[in-house]
Write a protein that binds this ligand. Structure first.
Ligand code: PGA
Length: 252
C-alpha cells in the first residue's frame, strides 16, 4: 500500500547515461504502461542531448519528461549551460536541481540551488529539489539538522506545491545498494513535512516528498508505504524499462 497524501511521482534520473540506442527503453516502458491505471505520475529525466528524442518517443503517452539541471538565467553568456526555458521548449515539465552529484562534483551550494530552483519555477516548471545527508553527518546524528539547513537554503520564497518537489536522497544511499531503514525514512520525511509547513505554509502539505537512493523493485513497496513518502527518484533502476516498471507498479 502506498502512503496517503499528494499524488505521487516516480521520476527516473538517467544521469550521464543513455544514447540513441537506449530509446527502446522508454518505448518499451510506454507500451508496458499503456493499459495500466496508475495512481502516480511517471517521469524520465534523460541527458539534455537526447531529450527531444525521448519526448517524441513518449508522445501521446502518460510518461512525462524532465531535465537534470539548469542555469538560473533564461539566456545569456553562460557557455555550456542550459536554461529552464530551453528545457521547457524541449518538452520538460520539471527539472532536477541540487542533486548531491552537483553539490559534490560542481561545488553547488544551497544558495546556487535556490537560484536554480527559482529559475525553474519562473519558467513555469516544477523544481525537483534534492537534499540529503552524507554518511559522516548521519553517523554524527546531524541528519535532521542538515536536511533543515538545506531546505531553508534551497527552497525559494513563495514556492507552491505545483512547482516544487523535494527529493530526500541520503548521499550514502545513492548508487550503493544501501538504504535507510523504513523507520529512518519515515522520521526524515516527517521532519521535512514539518519544515515545509514552516517554509511554504499550507502549500507544504501538498508538496510531494520523494525518497531516492538505491530504490529498486524489491524495496520500492516498503519504502513507498512510509508516511510522507510521495514517490521516488530513481537512478540506476530507471535505466531498464522492466526494473523501472517494477517500481512504478507500487502505484497500480
Ligand atoms: P540510485 O540513484 O537510484 O542509482 O541510487 C538515485 C539518484 O541519485 O537520484
Amino acid at each position: 500500500m502506498a502512503s496517503e497524501g499528494p499524488r505521487p511521482l516516480v521520476a527516473g534520473n538517467w544521469k550521464m547515461n543513455g544514447s540513441l540506442t537506449m530509446l527502446k527503453e522508454p518505448r518499451l516502458l510506454a507500451a508496458m504502461l499503456k493499459d495500466v491505471r496508475l495512481k502516480a505520475d511517471v517521469m524520465v529525466c534523460p541527458p539534455a542531448i537526447i531529450l527531444r528524442r525521448v519526448k517524441s518517443v513518449l508522445k501521446g503517452t502518460k510518461i512525462k519528461v524532465g531535465g537534470q539541471d539548469s542555469h538560473w538565467n533564461p539566456s545569456g553568456a553562460h557557455t555550456g549551460d542550459i536554461s529552464p526555458e530551453m528545457l521547457k521548449e524541449a518538452g520538460c515539465s520539471a527539472i532536477i536541481v541540487g542533486h548531491s552529484e552537483r553539490r559534490t562534483n560542481h561545488g553547488e551550494t544551497d544558495e546556487t540551488i535556490q537560484k536554480k530552483a527559482k529559475g525553474v519555477q519562473r519558467a513555469g516548471l516544477t523544481a525537483i529539489i534534492c537534499i540529503g545527508e552524507t554518511l559522516e553527518e548521519r553517523k554524527a546524528g546531524k541528519t535532521l539538522e542538515v536536511v533543515s539547513r538545506q531546505l531553508k537554503g534551497s527552497v525559494p520564497e513563495n514556492s507552491d506545491a505545483a512547482h516544487t518537489v523535494i527529493a530526500y536522497e541520503p548521499v550514502w544511499a545513492i548508487g550503493t545498494g544501501l538504504t535507510p531503514t523504513t523507520a529512518e525514512v519515515a522520521e526524515v520525511h516527517a521532519h521535512i513535512r514539518k519544515e515545509l509547513a514552516a517554509i511554504m505554509g499550507a502549500e507544504g502539505t501538498a508538496t510531494r516528498i520523494l525518497y531516492g537512493g538505491s530504490v529498486k523493485p524489491s524495496n520500492a513497496a516498503e519504502l513507498m508505504s512510509q508516511p510522507n513518502v510521495n514517490g521516488a527518484l530513481v537512478g540506476g533502476a530507471s535505466l531498464k524499462a522492466a526494473d523501472f516498471l517494477g517500481i512504478i507498479k507500487v502505484y497500480t
